[in-house]
Design a protein around this ligand. Sequence first.
Ligand code: F6P
Length: 387
Amino acid sequence: MKRIGVLTSGGDCPGLNAVIRGAVKCSQQLGYECIGFLRGYEGLVDPVTYKQLNSKNTSGILNQGGTILGSTNKGRFVARSGVDNREEIDIELLAGVKATCEQLDIAGLVCIGGDGSLAIAQQFHEFGIPVVGVPKTIDNDLSATAYTFGFDSAVACATDALDRLHTTAAAHDRVMVLEVMGRHAGWIALHAGIAGGGDVILLPEISWNFDGVCRKIIEREQQGKHFTLVVVAEGAHLPDGAMVTRERRSENRQVALGGIGNVVAAEIQTRLGRETRCVVLGHLQRGGPPTTFDRVLATQFGAYAVETIHRGEFGRMVCFNPPAIESVWITEAVSKLRTVDPNCSAVKTARALGISFGDCGPKQSPPASKPQPAFAEAESPELAAAR
Ligand code: F6P
């Protein structure tokens, strides 16, 4: 019996198990056996580690976070460093993967991952290994799909946090800063900010400054509102263009972002003397059960990936092109990140509601790597430390 291989690669997110379950059920319907490789691409070679996937061991996993196959965002398979730089995967590794697929009679591999993981799948395809990609990331920054699964669950988590911060902020007349994930794209901050009643939203895509942030806080006070909710994406650039990082990482791994929320909170407190607190939501956004939307999307992606293999279409990534589930070339999906257009309707709606993006208004263009601040910035010790 021919087999379908499934693997989950990169940072985890809610809905991975739902994709696996969808792929297994669909494989069975089409007469394939299904196996799952362990710890992402690592399980494909030297040593080959996998387990049979069947209705018994995939039963009840639809609503579970994490992945029953394990995942990793480090290891021997690297197809890109940074956003644009292609790295060639070791040819012996590729040959090893091809041999594994032949020995195990794999009709096709379902590779579930984000940008970096799909870049690996693309090199597999170029080497003649039969792959179909499934777009995963809470950041929702993959091109060629309207949504990645995991995003809606992350937004629900961030919105819940804002709901909770709202009441405590109002009770104490405080400014509350919520730092959410979003390395290159501010989708989580934008959607949660709108859904959770944020007053200021700071994104990687829109240049902002502290004058703009403080202006909104004062404006609210003048309207009798003595608390403010600020949502900031971890990848938002400081007014001088710098990003706040937690740690440098070795080899080809991206630097760990985090800490901008505290920088923003400290600066607000210094400038305005208002009690300001920061919550960094971090990996809570990546855990827990997927939302209904993500369960449906992930299940459709899993099933459609297997159908794509069954049709003999490889080098494709399944995608959501509302209302249809379709597929596109993986290269289309990974050639460019899908970031927030500063003129998109969600940003326009937010501005129409009076939400501030910490800038001067809609005419502001997105930041270059080192933009000039729109206003002279007073240097604070926190800002200096963050540089
Ligand atoms: O790409 C998804 C993401 O959640 C980013 O928003 C974040 O920067 C990164 O993963 C964190 O990864 P890690 O868990 O490896 O620190």
